[in-house]
Design a protein around this ligand. Structure first.
Ligand code: 2ND
Ligand code: ZN
Length: 331
């Protein structure tokens, strides 16, 4: 089967984890920043999370290098454009990219400039390629909370014009949702859709809480609903879609191996699952690779692949018009 040619949808992809290594080198030169190496293979190896990662926190240490060059409008616009370009060139038809605007303020950019630059890069790619997209604004759970509502306010200007949703990302502690109830409420009141990273490093209860307390319509990863009947049933009953990211889940030890990933079992049991990259560079992957790996490991038929594609369309935070366009790719 030619996985490259299949139409694909990626609903869970981080901007700062998907930067081309060569772009890091170019931008560092332009910004007169010194890098540990100017060799593209060296930079690549510094960005890819090693197979020997012990956990999610170690995986997250790979973002410092890309973030160091993502502190200007030009850099953010370029990286956004290139991510959409890379995805379009492997037949990704719709891509939702997320990033943490607060991580891009090291050199004085304002939140609106940061969000605007990402959106402009996406729109430039949409004009050039057969791809559509939207942005999700992520808040890092470990950061001070005093600027969360500022991110939501700045993003509100772009709602429906390139920005669609609110997310919580970063290191995952048990019970984290309780601290974020007013912020998720504020985002929902403003018109943001909600997806939350949960049940990746933490437990199934976090997934339950993300849905019940934060109003999550989708869950980033959600692996650990396995073994947590309450969370499992809630996700199933409320048709919450899981954004699974198989390669990333192996790297962060959310699963011990791809073979033990519950994605197929979930799908067979009627839990809504989607297949996504998480981080194209840090996880050294593409949508083609993720689809190929999952189909090969679990012997999925083309029909089953298109069932998953349809779940992605149904649960995308896209307009009805875009969803109609995406459904035209079904056989
Ligand atoms: O898989 C992930 N889980 C939790 N947080 C993540 C993951 N991948 C990336 N992040 C964090 C690190 C990035 O700097 C941030 C915003 O994209 O989101
Ligand atoms: Zn993620």
């Amino acid at each position: 089967m030619n996985h490259f040619d299949l139409p694909k949808i990626d609903l869970h992809c981080h901007l700062d984890g998907s930067v081309r290594p060569q772009t890091i080198i170019d931008l560092a030169r332009r910004q007169q920043l010194s890098l540990p190496s100017e060799d593209v293979e060296q930079i690549k190896s510094l960005m890819i999370a090693p197979e020997t990662c012990q956990n999610l926190d170690q995986y997250l240490s790979r973002f410092d290098l890309p973030l160091s060059v993502m502190q200007t409008e030009e850099a953010i616009e370029r990286i956004s454009f290139e991510l959409f370009e890379d995805a379009a060139l492997e037949n990704v038809k719709y891509l939702e990219v997320r990033f943490g605007p607060l991580l891009h303020m090291q050199k004085g950019l304002e939140l609106e400039q940061i969000i605007g630059s990402a959106v402009r890069g996406m729109q430039r790619a949409e004009q050039q390629y057969d791809i559509r997209g939207n942005y999700i604004l992520s808040i890092l759970r470990t950061m001070p909370k005093d600027r969360i509502n500022d991110v939501i306010d700045a993003g509100t200007r772009y709602l429906g014009k390139g920005v669609v949703a609110f997310d919580l990302a970063g290191s995952e502690r048990s019970g984290f949702c309780h601290e974020f109830i007013p912020y998720a409420q504020y985002a929902r009141d403003k018109g943001f859709r909600v997806t939350i990273h949960a049940g990746e490093q933490g437990d199934g209860q976090n997934v339950h809480d993300a849905v019940a307390l934060l109003g999550a319509e989708r869950i980033g990863h959600g692996i650990h609903i396995k073994g947590h009947p309450d969370a499992y049933h809630l996700v199933k009953e409320q048709s919450v879609a899981l954004e699974t990211c198989p390669s990333s889940n192996v790297q962060t030890k959310a699963v011990t191996s791809l073979a033990t990933h519950p994605v197929k079992a979930f799908h067979k049991d009627g839990v809504l699952i989607t297949i996504n990259t998480d981080n194209r560079t840090v996880s050294n992957t593409t949508m083609t690779d993720e689809v190929r790996k999952v189909m090969a490991e679990f012997g999925l038929t083309l029909e089953e692949y298109f069932e998953i594609y349809r779940v992605s369309v149904d649960n995308a935070f896209a307009s009805d018009q875009v969803k109609t366009e995406l459904l035209r790719h079904l056989p």
